[in-house]
Design a binder for this molecule. Sequence first.
Ligand SMILES: NC(=O)c1ccc[n+]([C@@H]2O[C@H](COP(=O)([O-])OP(=O)(O)OC[C@H]3O[C@@H](n4cnc5c(N)ncnc54)[C@H](OP(=O)(O)O)[C@@H]3O)[C@@H](O)[C@H]2O)c1
Length: 255
Amino acid sequence: MTQLFDLSGRTALVTGSARGIGLALAEGLASAGARVILNGTRAETVAGAVEALNAKGFDASGRAFDVTDENAVADAFAKWDEAGVAIDIVINNAGIQFRKPLVELELSDWQRVIDTNLTSAFIVSKQAAKRMIARGTGGKIVNIGSLTSEAARATVGPYTAAKGGIKMLTRAMSAEWAASNIQANAIGPGYILTDMNKPLVENATFDAWVKSSNPSQRWGKPEELVGTAVFLSSAASSYVNGQIIYVDGGWLAVL
Ligand SMILES: NC(=O)c1ccc[n+]([C@@H]2O[C@H](COP(=O)([O-])OP(=O)(O)OC[C@H]3O[C@@H](n4cnc5c(N)ncnc54)[C@H](OP(=O)(O)O)[C@@H]3O)[C@@H](O)[C@H]2O)c1
């Protein structure tokens, strides 16, 4: 049974992993045996997270780049090629939130949210998948969606459009890459306690709404996404493809 979930000998790139959900997922994959590559936009925070994981005895390295910058992503993969690093698992986790009613939203803010939450998964996965296909080794892509892959809420229009797009991009990846033994799936986290949600946690009304609308009556913790991420990164999910698994405490079940 443990072999099914063992990631020994695998290299995983987790985007946006200097903190929050990405860092928890990177540590989880490392606990399952993977070598992990951390990423974020700021070199110093990436280096700090790498140091913290290595201090715990894990095999971590890092590279800062903007996942919306196609040239920067291509350059990162070219450097890994030169160093003989083959990426077997990609977790497309980098994301941002921006709250504003649609009628007040500037096109530039719409574009920034779509680029960071959706287009980045295409940019990064394209580089990873073409190498997986050329190597003939297969691989794993795990895209991070959201409750908004399924349900809309006011003031988060571009985020909702992007995360809905993640669900369908995941299916498109499966349609094209499953024959090359690449499994592309997604995770839809519920309301999780991270920096992204700090203003919401500190808002008593919103905090009470999260707890009352969720049958689990609480926020989720980043580490509660680890089991699903390891499952979708391992041999245990070898015939699971194009799916989104919601890890939301039951929120969508009672919507
Ligand atoms: N928290 C939740 O309740 C929740 C729920 C559903 C889905 N999600 C999704 O889960 C993912 C992680 O969320 P989180 O709550 O952990 O967010 P977070 O605490 O705000 O962390 C976001 C991470 O993404 C990185 N990032 C942002 N833009 C980037 C870019 N252009 N290129 C590279 N890295 C970038 C940040 O790095 P820098 O600081 O260096 O920029 C940071 O490490 C996101 O996709 C989010 O949409 C979160």
